[in-house]
Design a protein around this ligand. Structure first.
Ligand SMILES: [Zn+2]
Length: 113
């Protein structure tokens, strides 16, 4: 697991923290499609230019992470998102954004799958 400099991770939801361990599902999925560990580019500091409207408040609540995809091609990104959905299960919302994959803990299903 790698982190972009300046990523803010204080008081993240415990289900998010569980994902941040070295060798977790995130690392395994990114290793298999990107050939490297997961690189977290945003935690509590969400909302970047180019993100969709949906990719905002979950960051401030400590329930979302962004993982870098800018070095991956479209097929790798699609496969990564599909594997994350399968591995993490139905309590998680996965969204492909222009520069990253947004991963949010959403057990209430506020976002359609
Ligand atoms: Zn996000």
């Amino acid at each position: 697991m790698r982190f972009k400099s300046g990523v803010v991770l204080w008081l993240m939801h415990y289900r998010i923290i569980q994902l941040l361990r070295n060798g977790s599902t995130l690392d395994l999925v990114f290793q298999s499609h990107a050939g490297r560990d997961c690189i977290v580019t945003a935690g509590r500091d969400g909302k970047h230019h180019g993100d969709s409207y949906i990719d905002g408040s979950d960051h401030y609540d400590g329930r979302a992470l962004d993982c870098r995809t800018r070095d991956m091609n479209a097929r790798q990104i699609q496969q990564t998102a599909a594997d994350l959905k399968a591995e993490l299960g139905d309590n998680w919302f996965i969204l492909i954004e222009p520069s990253h994959i947004h991963i949010a803990y959403d057990p209430e299903h506020r976002y359609a799958r």
